[in-house]
Design a protein around this ligand. Sequence first.
Ligand SMILES: C[S@@+](CC[C@H](N)C(=O)[O-])C[C@H]1O[C@@H](n2cnc3c(N)ncnc32)[C@H](O)[C@@H]1O
Length: 200
Amino acid sequence: MTTASMAGYGCEADNLAVQYESITFEQVHAPVLHLLPDAPGHALDIGAGTGRDAAALAAQGHRVVAVEPTAELRAHGARIHAGQPITWLDDGLPDLPVLAGRAERFDLILLTAVWMHLDAAERQRAMARLADLAAPGARIVITLRHGPVPEGRRMFDVSLQETVALAARHGLSSLFETRRPDMFGRPGVTWSVLVLTPLA
Ligand SMILES: C[S@@+](CC[C@H](N)C(=O)[O-])C[C@H]1O[C@@H](n2cnc3c(N)ncnc32)[C@H](O)[C@@H]1O
């Protein structure tokens, strides 16, 4: 599929594959590891890139669906993690139409460095979809990039506060919020990390 939010990823995919795979799932998600499901379950990685996190979750025993609209990144992911049982889908936010046809619910949903690519109207539709996709007790992990926008990308200045407020309007409550520096040390770049769960 093609959406405006993917701008800049296909043409950079070869370099990005090296970058994305140079860090580990445990490093990327260190602040929230204690909140992730202990038992293997059903996991969804939205905007999975080259599948670093999807592969780590599959290795932990989760059944993993990786959604990635950029064909070049999907191809790298399928090659790099060929040994892992990951279901790759060519699909995208805000509506995830392909996933809708599968009628699945997930115990863990990752949106790592994806949400700030959506505009305000898309974020509203996407939050409704996340609420539908979350199983009872699910954890939804969202990371938001702040700072300068890389050339050729479409990115919005999305705050942690507005994301928590939007989630609350869709029956999702905040379990954990933090800020952290950029793992690659890029000038001016910082991150917010948010874990949501459906209200019981
Ligand atoms: C910064 S990369 C992060 C990749 C991966 N999550 C990681 O942490 O390595 C952002 C990803 O979001 C994907 N993306 C962009 N727009 C999207 C959308 N509307 N729905 C789902 N994924 C999207 C891009 O193709 C890209 O793979």
